[in-house]
Design a protein around this ligand. Sequence first.
Ligand SMILES: Cc1ncc(COP(=O)(O)O)c(C=O)c1O
Length: 408
Amino acid sequence: MKPLGPVPAGYDAIDGVLAVGGRPVTYWAEQAGSTPLFLYSIAHVRKRVADLRAAMPERLALHYAVKANPYPPLLSLMTQLVDGFDIASGGELEIVRQAGIAPNTVSFAGPGKRDAELEAAIRAGVTLNLESEGEAARALAIGERTGVIPRLAIRINPDFDLKGSGMKMGGGAKPFGIDADRVPALVRQLAGSGVEWRGFHIFAGSQALDAEAIAETQAQALDLAARLTGESGVPLPHCNLGGGLGIPYFPGDKPVDLALVGERLAERFEHLPDALRDTAFCIELGRYLVGEAGVYLARIVDRKVSHGEVFLITDGGLHHQLAASGNFGTVVRRNYPSAIATRFDAPAEEEASIVGCLCTPLDKLADKGGFPRADVGDLVAVFCAGAYGASASPASFLGQGPAVEMLV
Ligand SMILES: Cc1ncc(COP(=O)(O)O)c(C=O)c1O
């Protein structure tokens, strides 16, 4: 039997059935009228943000990275909970606009921004996190042509990465950001060209569980911001310290020690160098805020035994949950937390694999896990489905189409 990832805190059973948003998931499946189904728990997101706010220094603003989950009702919820939004494309700009989010709380990072995207962002008053000198030149030209003053920040490619992170986005040659040693000259150029200078964006990695490593990276980001501000001689209004807080997906993963990260950052904030004394700070988080709030539900449509192995074949699959299938940024496939949702408090009785309905051996949601005996009609749950699920999976593959999503 292969181990399953840890079920996130906050999930219980009602009459033996997994509950989300205070109701058994069978209720939501009935409301939705079909499966597969993503449920995003309002209470879970609220608690996560409250815990984070309580642990972090008050001076640190909190931004939500829309890429983690752009589901409009979830975005509306986030407008009540966070101070700003990070977007990664013109498409996400449109999504935040439709959610009624104030553009002056939005920043736009990501390599390869097209001119039309830059122009839409500049016209809207969104801060651009510039990823290259070429992008800076294009933004300046658009500002001149349109007569709109661009709000510009520089994304720095730092000389360090976030140790232990699932995705490293700094430290060496990267398509992201501008190498640190070239930043002061560009800051001077931007500040002298009449744009609204917004500051630095330093994003060194994502999906890290090691609080020491996160704290160390934040400290390095502060040092770097102070050094480059000193070198440029231009005051730093704002500094985005990146994010990187991860969630436990796999067996043995432990939650981030939030208190440690918060204490270390508070210490650093108390002893800020002169260059950063008046700077406003934020972090931008995606999966940490919403990942564990999401549950993916699929219904078992067939149960079969092949060469002695049990397969629970569902109406869902990797087209909605690419990451859980192990095909989105993982080298070795390991099991996400999963369960038979309709027998949530029953003990494990058999070894079974939960698979999807796609005709590929890649379409596996749980490999040889221990589950209560389940049958056709039961619902399976894959946890940690609130981030990089619905929007990061190939929903149209094999003509399947998207899953229903509900904020509950
Ligand atoms: C610039 C930037 N911001 C935010 C994020 C969100 O990361 P996460 O969802 O792990 O918090 C990413 C992820 O790749 C990113 O590249």
